[in-house]
Design a protein around this ligand. Structure first.
Ligand code: RAM
Length: 909
């Protein structure tokens, strides 16, 4: 058994943790079958050597009889600020045989006590208004210092009220963008930790920083600028430890120097203007004369919490080259990136002239006259303006802004560009890819790709609704409906943990969870805009994110700690809902309902009451999982009562539910609000409704997430597939058919009949309607979580349908990679499955297994048949199953003399 993927708090070798009991996880790999872990031993130490000598100085767990291999909590002597630690693990298998020791992993602690911080928050004294209204320059900061002796190790701890880029001797520290990320800066700001040992060199060194307004002082949403403050601040603390045991610190304070610099402004929503003629040559290097620079002002105090970064940093995760380029009648150049992406472009100008101005403008779509469709950006400006100093080759990219775009228009070039003139830099929170799914249907594959791109484009520090217009907010409804799909695509455990802190920071005093987190002004905006008529203090399907997301993180990653942390807030939410309902029926005052549905008004009292029940049920499950037995019973009871109230108020004798929309049925089915008989009646109504719409969906943001799951659970996967495969309006494949490379905000963002929708709200990169990804992983590939959490017990159950001939893919769970592959040919079915070590699976093979070949797998047992499937219990290992989908078709094939298994099937088995 080989131990791989040593992770500390979800990450490999993380730096700057501030949790005093970090959790360790590992994966075991083996070719053997039916392997489990029966015991483990973890050792942690302050040096690699101590671990090599099996002489750990901080923790030796000893042999612990346990199958736990994820989130094993550190339980050694107290961990010290800024200290580096190492750990390793070995495990015992079912025969009590120990494995070899794993490799050695590392982690470092952050600054654990606020009082330990020496650095002060510094800023440029507030600049006079520039010619760009409401936009500030991004000032430079610098300080030189001397490294006197050989350095053993050095770490930088840094943050900003605003955004920052850090440099040491001219080189950028780390690869992060938009650090320190978005939080409610009134309450907390995160800091980052970088290992800068490799930057250290003897003699004079220079630390430099560029600071942008970001979410703190720049424009956010539709709320204008200065949401948290009006001048960005920087915080840096550099700790250098010398070989001889002494140490030195370099910290931001009044001794630093600052300069307005060439970045005239760089704003998340407004783009950037950069005048390279103002760039002071060599400012990041030692020896630069900063006599003309100003002293910074020092912030008296910052009252929020200063916490280590929890979520993965935002990074450039991909680069795209344009797929085409043409000169426009306007004399500009139009690049097509071939993909609606989020980030910016890096531009190369090869024959720059002094004073030449080049602009780069970005948009998602083109108007019919080949101009950029920018009207949907509202007040956002997706443009860079570069004024060049005439240096021969200029490579330009913006600093603190991002855009959502497929098309790039460059103006002001003196000679024709090539495809290499621009490179698309795709940025998002660096959540590792965990899922892959390919089918025999190219349209479905494109849909899956569009869903992933929707996630890439909108997981930027927080889950946002859209990346292009003046909104880009952490809408809770969007996040909760997409959370499970997101967790198939990428490792979002820590991302959502951090977002839940934002959600809890924005929870109202009443207990209501917010519409938007962090709240940078949404509540205020709602109240100031009477005409919106949006007064609900809570919104069904939005506020419920506060219950759905922690539960999802627990389900997918087995993360009990995050669930525990969110639990009190979940209780307050449900108690709030209970107090603000009438006979357990919610008042139906909510604002959004089944947002952006297609001519199907789902009554808000139905929707809100269903969600009230749903949150209550999740809370009851959370209570049970956390051992809060009294609460579990209390909320179970409350759920049963809400269900009764729901049935009485909304469900007719004939199973018709008030509103009679697809969404009311799928909510009632998915959220378990019906009696047995009502379930079948509701299913009939749902199917009837779908048929009445010519086999089309009408669901909006919320209903869409439950539509195919509800149909499938009710035994109508045939209808689910027909909706999935539908390609006329409205449907998922409609946008695919019309060239979409992302998920659109609205089913009718663009139609053949009406062209573009109302530009006031028409994003081409919104992930909500992409929540169908979850169903595709769970049913086409068939990867499901069994009773356990974190996929400790799997249910592998592909449901071949929709004319698909094959599907293959995987999901990298916390226990290891789960892989499924199937092919069908006539009535033959071949299925392969890989089940990670230390997990078990219930495997459903469609059809009837023909041969005895399964005997070879002694890790399979309890063979049975169930609803057209052959079912087994299986231990870890890689399996191949061959089955006949139906006896009848098998018999017919024999009669036709075509019974032999087709060649390609043989190859795959
Ligand atoms: C719009 C966006 C967002 C949605 C809200 C209700 O601003 O579409 O995604 O959650 O409305």
């Amino acid at each position: 058994m080989k131990i791989t993927d040593l992770k500390t708090e979800y990450f490999e070798n993380p730096l700057g943790l501030d949790t005093r009991k970090p959790r360790f996880s590992w994966i075991m790999e083996s070719e053997a079958y039916g392997l489990v872990q029966t015991a483990y031993q973890v050792m942690a130490a302050t040096s690699v050597q101590r671990l090599k000598d099996d002489a750990p100085d901080v923790w030796d767990s000893g042999k612990v009889l346990s199958d736990q291999s994820v989130h094993v909590e550190y339980d050694g002597s107290p961990l010290a600020s800024r200290q580096v630690y190492y750990w390793k693990v070995r495990v015992w298998d079912g025969e009590d045989q120990p494995s070899a020791w794993s490799g050695i992993a590392r982690y470092s602690m952050g600054i654990l006590e606020r009082s330990e911080w020496k650095a002060r928050w510094i800023a440029r004294s507030k600049p006079e208004q520039t010619e760009y209204e409401g936009l500030l320059p991004s000032p430079y900061f610098r300080r030189s210092f001397r490294v006197e002796k050989p350095v053993r190790q050095a770490f930088a701890y840094a943050s900003a009220l605003g955004l920052y880029e850090l440099h040491l001797n001219g080189e950028r520290v780390g690869q992060d963008y938009f650090a320190p990320g978005w939080t409610d800066y009134g309450k907390r700001v995160q800091y980052q930790t970088y290992d800068v040992t490799a930057f250290m060199q003897p003699g004079e060194m220079t630390v430099g920083a560029v600071v942008g307004t970001g979410w703190y002082a720049g424009h956010v949403g539709m709320f204008g600028n200065n949401r948290y403050g009006d001048n960005p601040h920087l915080l840096v603390e550099l700790h250098i430890e010398y070989e001889d045991g002494t140490s030195a610190q370099v910290v931001t304070d009044e001794t630093w120097k600052t300069f307005a610099g060439p970045i005239l402004y760089s704003d998340l929503l407004k783009g950037e203007a950069y005048d390279s003629r103002l760039e002071p040559q060599g400012w990041k290097l030692p020896g630069f004369d900063d006599a003309a620079w100003e002293r910074p002002v020092v912030l008296g105090r910052y009252d929020g919490a200063l916490t280590a970064q929890i979520d993965p940093p935002v990074r450039v995760m991909k680069e795209l080259l344009p797929v085409s380029l043409k000169r426009t009648e306007r004399g500009t150049y139009l690049f097509d990136m071939g993909q609606n992406m989020v980030g910016w472009v890096r531009l190369r100008v090869e024959d720059a002239q002094p004073g030449q101005t080049v602009t780069v403008a970005c948009a998602e779509m083109l108007n019919t006259d080949n101009t950029l469709y920018s009207i949907n950006l509202r007040e956002a400006v997706q443009q860079e303006t570069y004024m060049l100093n005439g240096e021969k080759e200029a490579v330009l990219e913006p600093h603190f802004t991002f855009h959502g775009f497929r098309y790039v228009e460059v103006a002001g070039l003196l000679s024709p560009p090539t495809l290499n003139t621009v490179i698309g830099r795709v940025v998002h929170s660096a959540t590792a890819r965990t899922g892959e799914l390919h089918t025999s249907n190219v349209m479905l594959n494109k849909l899956l790709s569009n869903i992933e791109w929707g996630q890439r484009g909108n997981f930027i520090s927080v889950p946002t609704d859209c990346p292009q217009r003046d909104e880009r907010l952490g809408w809770t409804g969007d996040a909760q409906i997409f959370a499970r799909t997101a967790s198939f695509n990428m490792d979002v455990g820590r991302f959502f943990h951090k977002y839940m802190i934002d959600v809890m920071d924005a929870q109202h005093a009443s207990g209501a969870f917010p519409d938007v987190a962090p709240d940078a002004g949404w509540e205020e905006f709602k109240h100031n805009h009477e005409e919106l008529n949006w007064h609900a203090p809570d919104n069904g399907g939005w506020g419920d994110a506060g219950a759905v997301i922690p539960w999802t993180v627990y389900q997918v990653y087995g993360d009990r700690r995050t669930l525990r942390e969110c639990y009190p807030a979940m209780v307050r939410w449900v108690e709030y809902l209970q107090a603000n309902s009438d006979g357990l029926i919610r008042p139906g005052y909510s604002n959004y309902g089944d947002w952006l549905s297609v001519n199907a008004e789902t009554p808000k009292d139905v929707l809100d009451t269903a969600y009230f029940a749903y949150s209550t049920r999740l809370l009851a499950q959370a209570a049970a999982a956390l051992g809060e037995t009294g609460d579990a019973q209390r909320f179970d009871r409350l759920f049963a009562e809400i269900k009764e109230a729901f049935r009485r108020a909304f469900v007719g004798r004939d199973g018709r539910i008030k509103g009679d929309t697809q969404t009311v049925y799928v909510l009632a089915l998915k959220m378990n609000l019906l009696s047995g008989e009502e379930r079948s009646l509701a299913t009939e109504h749902l199917v009837r409704n779908i048929e009445e719409h010519g086999n089309h969906l009408t669901t909006g943001f919320l209903g869409v997430g439950y539509l195919l799951p509800a149909l499938t659970e009710a035994g109508r996967e045939d209808v689910a597939y027909s909706l999935l495969m539908q390609d006329t309006f409205p449907s998922w494949l409609y946008s695919v058919k019309h060239g979409a490379t992302t998920i659109w905000e609205r089913w009718d963002a663009w139609t053949e009949t009406d062209g573009f929708q109302n530009p006031g709200m028409n994003s081409f990169n919104h992930y909500s309607l992409g929540s169908v990804g979850e169903w595709m992983y769970q049913n086409i590939l068939g990867i499901n979580n069994g009773d356990g959490t974190g996929y400790k017990h799997l249910i592998l159950r592909p449901r071949p349908g929709g004319g698909l001939q094959h599907a293959s893919g995987e999901f990298r769970s916390v226990y290891g990679t789960i892989r499924v592959e199937w092919k069908r040919e006539q009535s033959w079915f071949v299925m392969k499955a890989a089940i990670p070590v230390n997990t078990t699976a219930t495997v459903y093979v469609p059809g009837v297994i023909l041969n005895d070949s399964l005997q070879v797998y002694d890790s399979l047992h309890n063979l049975r048949t169930e609803g057209g499937y052959t079912v087994f219990e299986a231990g870890s290992g890689s399996y191949t199953f061959i089955s006949r989908l139906s006896r009848a078709s098998g018999a017919q094939a024999r009669e036709n003399g075509s019974d032999a298994m087709p060649d390609q099937m043989m190859q795959s088995s």
